[in-house]
Design a protein around this ligand. Sequence first.
Ligand code: ATP
Ligand code: AMO
Length: 434
Amino acid sequence: MQDRTYTADAEPGDHVTVAGWVHEVRDLGGIAFLILRDTSGKIQVKFEKDEMNEDLVETGLDVARESVISVTGEVAEEPRAPTGVEITPENLEVVAPADPQLPLDPSEKVDAELSTRLDNRTLDLRKDDVQAIFEIRAEILRAAREHFREVGCTEITTPKIVATGTEGGTELFPITYFGEEAFMNQSPQLFKQLMAGSNLERVFEIGPIFRAEEHNTPRHLNEATSIDFEGAFCDHTDAMDVVEGVVKAAYEAVSANCADQLEALDLADEFDLPEGDFPRLTYEEAIERINATGELDEQLVWGDDLPTEGEKALGADVGGHYFITDWPSEIKPFYIMDHEDDEQLSTGFDLMHPDMELVSGGQREHRYEELVAGFEQQGLDPDQFEYYTKMFKYGMPPHAGFGLGGERLVMTMLGLENIREAVLFPRDRQRLSP
Ligand code: ATP
Ligand code: AMO
């Protein structure tokens, strides 16, 4: 391979080789420009027809858009070029020609349909704004990992092929595992809890979760990325502190390190960091405030789950991230601990963005007898979960944790309209390929 020696900070006079995709060719008669694009940006290549080798000019001007070419030449200052410099080519090689019939043109100003974009993700990711989403996503995950490590967590990975589900039986994807029924895991819930009982004590995982969600909504995926935490000797308030830290660290990292990407997304002027402590409303306060907005046709009563319009009304009222705590035990999973003085009230919490739920978490039931009784109340057979429950007989400390939806964090941070925009190859009811 020929070395690619061009970098975005090349100086006039440098002799460079730049390889990338043909973004656009403008032929103005005596002079023509080819804009070459690579991961670092775009560079102008100038053809002066009367002064340059005819073959070279012909190859450069005939090459189809999105072909990969390699150009060697000298960098010169040119204030009218997009980057202030241009290259006069001495050599030009077509590395990989593109079919002139593109299913999606990355240089088009008008956006293609989302389904066309998802069917042609490689081409779609040649657009600055789409590339920016995935660079920001990577920065968010990097910042989350760093924050977890700062608060003493060890990164783990847990199985995605499992024998039992935890988050509701209807949302499981069954698979066949050497002739036996198995499932794709809906959450690392049980495994991360088992690690809270180990000497690792505080763990986190960033990995896929699989849910056979029936709804086709702009905020549900059938394969999502969950950012999970579990900590021994933690209660629900400690877990809330950790997730608040992770979310703030993600915003701060994007603000500090992704200026170009925010610019590409037209967000440079409106990217605000979450300010102050996230308010912590109880479930009871939350339903009162929702009822007071008058946005719902029917008033909510204790025990109701919050409908989407209710979440939106409350989000608009609060105006930023906030927690909802002290949920009724009956609408939180069986593994969540109830308050000591009121067994109708759970330690479960949600972290909300004004537009949607980002996180669920809580302190866990760590007492063996109560845990087994919880399985039975849920209609689950405790024997099937023996691999998990038995570890609660051998010294399981109080512990708490949360699951944060990775794509929802990206989506809400960047104001994306559809969660699929935050996934390279989303899985939904209609989409199993690519
Ligand atoms: P020629 O005499 O071969 O046409 P020129 O440099 O005089 O060369 P013009 O015809 O004056 O070119 O320019 C055509 C268009 O291209 C103008 O709009 C001009 O601003 C623009 N242009 C010329 N040179 C450059 C350059 N190096 N980078 C960007 N734009 C340029
Ligand atoms: P829960 O089921 O609320 O909790 O999931 C946690 C967070 O994961 C995200 N999420 C999803 N994102 C996109 N598409 C989906 N289908 C989807 N399902 C979930 C959401 C949600 O808030 N075990 C608990 C967590 C815990 O208590 O530690 C759990 O999975 O952002």
